[in-house]
Design a binder for this molecule. Structure first.
Ligand code: ZN
Length: 128
């Protein structure tokens, strides 16, 4: 069971108290020009769905009921940061890479994990 830290309640609680609410930091499109409809559709339905470090919205539905953001590694399910809604995206090493950031957790050495293009294999735990 995952333990999730609610930044409003300021305590770790079991994941059963929370509900995943999708990707964080989705910007509303500018509604002018001929591609406004396409921009709206993309903002509603297209998500990055990264394998690796993801920025997500969560809601403490069986607690304070508030939305907050979390940074999680989608492969290892480890949370890297929790922050209140409206706060800027924290700087996370490797968050913009699409090679999974597995080196942060030492999981890149797993032979069952096929490296993606540009990914380093057999990575060492570093940074944290
Ligand atoms: Zn809470």
């Amino acid at each position: 069971m995952l333990l999730i830290h609610c930044p409003y309640c300021e305590e770790d609680r079991p994941e059963l108290e929370f509900r995943h609410a999708g990707e964080a930091h989705i910007a509303r499109p500018v509604l002018n020009g001929p591609d406004a409809g396409k921009a709206v559709a993309e903002s509603l339905y297209l998500r990055t769905n990264n394998r690796g470090i993801v920025f997500e919205r969560w809601r403490h539905i069986h607690g304070c009921g508030r939305f907050f953001n979390a940074v999680r590694h989608s492969v290892t399910d480890k949370f890297l940061a929790f922050y209140k809604a409206g706060e800027p995206r924290p700087e996370i090493e490797g968050a913009d890479r699409h090679d999974l950031g597995l080196q942060l957790f030492g999981a890149g050495a797993n032979k069952a994990t096929a490296p993606l293009e540009g990914a380093k294999s057999g990575g060492e735990v570093s940074g944290l």
